[in-house]
Structure formats: structure tokens, C-alpha cells
Write a protein that binds this ligand. Structure first.
Ligand code: FES
Length: 164
């Protein structure tokens, strides 16, 4: 190995900066993430990115009778983002829309029993994506309700015009 190459490698061996210590819960969710993937007929979808690191989370929800029946996600990012998205998906599944809207990154960190401070921001991605996916669902639902309202109003007008 030439001297220049050797210097490049020794740079890594002498790294003495802060080390990230992930607890067992985070490692478990990182190595075995729950509820991953896409929901084809999702009720709401959102993609959120962190401009500082370039990571992003795309999150899907399936809502039935105001309950989040399914919460899935795709992570394009770091291990902490994967682990916290997995934890969030478990926290949010089965919640009502109102309950899910008040889930915070602190709830995710508490469920994870802590996260290295430098990685705390990673837990925000999935939470923001969840709130935006719910927003997407609510907008679609109100549009559908409006369409239904217009349809019903038109049907009533039509009946009146026909004297029925
Ligand atoms: Fe970007 Fe973790 S470093 S989300």
C-alpha cells in the first residue's frame, strides 16, 4: 500500500469523536422494522423530507370509521429515521384521527426509551408525515363530502323540477 493510501485509512482508525449508542428498542426496530411498504388504496399519503440531511419518509394511512386501520411507510434515510418510523407506525395504528393528530416526536422518543441527542430530529420526520397524511385524508374526505352534497342537492332539484 502506498504511503498516501495508508494515511487515508489511518484517518478513520484514529477517529475519537462522539459515538452514537442506540438502545435495544431502536436497534430492534431498525433491524426488524414493522409495517413497512406502501398501501395501494391509501386514504392519505404524505412525503416529508429533512433539507439538512436529505432524508425523507413517505407515509401511508388507511382509515376506516375514523380509525387508522393501517399505517405504513417507506424511509429513504438513516437508521434512526427507520427505527422511529417503525415505532410511530405502531403508536398510530388503531388510533382515532384526533388521537393520532396529537402524537408528537416526544411520544416516539418515549416509546423508544430514548434516542441519541444528535438523532432526535430524525424522529420528527415520521410524525410530520403522519400529520400531513391525515391532512391529505381530511382534504380528500371533505372533497368527497362536497361531491356527495352536490349530488344530493342536484337530485332534489331534479325531483322538484319534475314535480315529484
Ligand atoms: Fe436525516 Fe436521520 S440523519 S433523518
Amino acid at each position: 500500500m502506498d504511503e498516501k493510501k495508508e494515511d487515508e485509512f489511518s484517518r478513520f482508525e484514529t477517529y475519537h469523536g462522539p459515538k452514537l449508542v442506540y438502545n435495544e428498542i431502536l436497534l430492534d426496530h431498525f433491524t426488524n422494522p414493522r409495517n413497512t411498504g406502501e398501501i395501494k388504496d391509501a386514504s392519505g399519503v404524505a412525503m416529508v423530507g429533512d433539507p439538512m440531511c436529505g432524508d425523507s419518509v413517505k407515509l401511508f394511512i388507511k382509515v376506516e370509521n375514523d380509525i387508522l386501520k393501517k399505517v405504513t411507510y417507506q424511509v429513504f434515510g438513516c437508521g434512526a429515521a427507520i427505527a422511529t418510523s417503525s415505532i410511530l407506525s405502531e403508536l398510530a395504528t388503531g388510533k382515532t384521527i384526533d388521537e393520532a393528530l396529537v402524537i408528537t416526536d416526544d411520544d416516539v422518543i418515549e416509546a423508544a426509551k430514548g434516542i441519541p441527542e444528535r438523532k432526535a430530529h430524525c424522529s420528527l420526520l415520521a410524525v410530520q408525515a403522519l400529520h400531513e397524511a391525515i391532512g391529505d385524508y381530511l382534504i380528500k374526505k371533505s372533497q368527497e363530502d362536497n361531491e356527495l352534497f352536490k349530488f344530493r342537492t342536484n337530485s332534489i332539484d331534479e325531483s322538484e323540477r319534475n314535480g315529484k
